[in-house]
Ligand binder design. Structure first.
Ligand SMILES: *[C@@H]1O[C@H](CO)[C@@H](O)[C@H](O)[C@H]1NC(C)=O
Ligand SMILES: *[C@@H]1O[C@H](CO)[C@@H](O)[C@H](O)[C@H]1NC(C)=O
Ligand SMILES: *[C@@H]1O[C@H](CO)[C@@H](O)[C@H](O)[C@H]1NC(C)=O
Ligand SMILES: [Zn+2]
Ligand SMILES: [Zn+2]
Length: 307
């Protein structure tokens, strides 16, 4: 065999040899290629006070991001892997908010709940829990401690400002426009608000865009899965989708439903914070392939804020 013939033959053989490896890599990528940013929690299952386990600092960061933990000046404790009493107490609060047994341990149910994809807005802002408001006056029901909540200080749109305009930033994917419009219609049908789309994104009351990782508002997104979107309290008007999610117009397995997430984020834009009622649109998490509408809890919440 001459060397001229050998080279292509060799290359082809190499290609054949590498093919299964290549195939495996592609398969691995579609299955595990983009592990959820919350994946680390899986390996911490069973941890409790007194433990020192690699990646506990990530759990602390997670709980800080969603408002459950603040080490303030105590930065060394924020970054170490010690399961201390502050972490235990933060986990108990998380468990109460999500109707789990308040063990303070990272048990299987807590891990599973914490790994759920969710809204990036913290459940607790400045020590005010957004999920167990205790405003019993809104309802005589014994379950009333666990329901809708507002942001601290109860920011809302002024009474005269019920006609709101919304705009998409230039470059927004075209398939998001109808789902967002339908979400606004749903809120309009259940409130005194009226929404109109405008192309004037400079003066619009509400501005919607798709953003990736750090996008300049102090609340970076985290790539596929993990946090999905966030929106600001009245009267800021900013609503950001995480551009790196697999979004869908129709309810589709493996993808996040644009309209359902818009319903949740518009709730924030109007002044609702998170609810501990699992069926409520203001519940913080939503699974891929799932959809939701407004719940009685959401409608009671918005009525209580504006009436
Ligand atoms: C730092 O945290 C430790 C517990 O981990 C606590 O004993 C100490 O008082 C804290 N220091 C400050 C300044 O908060
Ligand atoms: C939280 O508290 C700080 C300081 O007290 C204040 O500047 C900030 O505006 C508060 N944030 C919210 C969302 O209320
Ligand atoms: C994205 O969603 C589609 C369905 O819309 C699904 O077929 C696909 O597997 C998803 N991709 C990923 C990377 O999850
Ligand atoms: Zn939210
Ligand atoms: Zn943002």
């Amino acid at each position: 065999m001459g060397s001229k013939a050998f080279l292509p033959f060799f290359s082809f053989t190499l290609f054949l040899l590498l093919l299964p490896l290549l195939f495996q890599a592609v398969l691995a990528h579609s299955k595990h290629g983009n592990p959820s940013p919350f994946e680390f929690l899986q390996h911490l299952q069973g941890c409790h006070k007194g433990d020192k386990v690699k990646d506990i600092h990530k759990l602390k960061k997670y709980l800080e991001n969603f408002g459950y933990l603040s080490y303030d000046q105590n930065k060394t404790h924020a970054n170490d892997d010690d399961f201390d009493e502050f972490l235990e107490s933060a986990i108990k609060t998380y468990q109460l908010n999500y109707h789990l047994k308040a063990t303070g341990k990272l048990d299987a149910k807590t891990v599973s709940k914490m790994m759920s994809p969710r809204c990036a807005v913290p459940d607790i802002i400045n020590g005010t829990t957004g999920m167990r408001s205790g405003k019993k006056s809104h309802s005589k029901s014994v379950h009333s401690v666990s329901h809708y909540t507002f942001f601290p200080g109860e920011p809302k749109w002024p009474a005269s400002k019920f006609r709101l305009t919304y705009a998409f930033l230039p470059g927004t994917r075209a398939d998001a426009i109808s789902p967002v419009a339908r979400a606004f219609q749903t809120w309009a049908a259940n409130t005194h608000f009226r929404f109109r789309r405008t192309r004037d994104y400079v003066n619009a009351d509400i501005v919607i865009s798709f953003e990736s990782f750090d996008h300049g508002d102090g609340s970076p997104f985290d790539g596929p899965d993990g946090t999905l979107a966030h929106a600001f309290a009245p009267t800021d008007g900013r609503f950001h989708y995480d551009a790196d999610e697999n979004w869908s117009v129709n309810v589709t397995p493996g993808a996040y439903h644009l309209e359902t997430v818009a319903l949740h984020e518009i709730g924030h834009l109007l002044g609702l914070h998170h609810s501990s009622v699992e069926g409520a649109i203001m519940y913080p998490s939503i699974m891929a392939g799932a959809s939701k509408g407004l719940h009685a809890d959401d409608i009671q919440g918005i009525k209580a804020l504006y009436n």
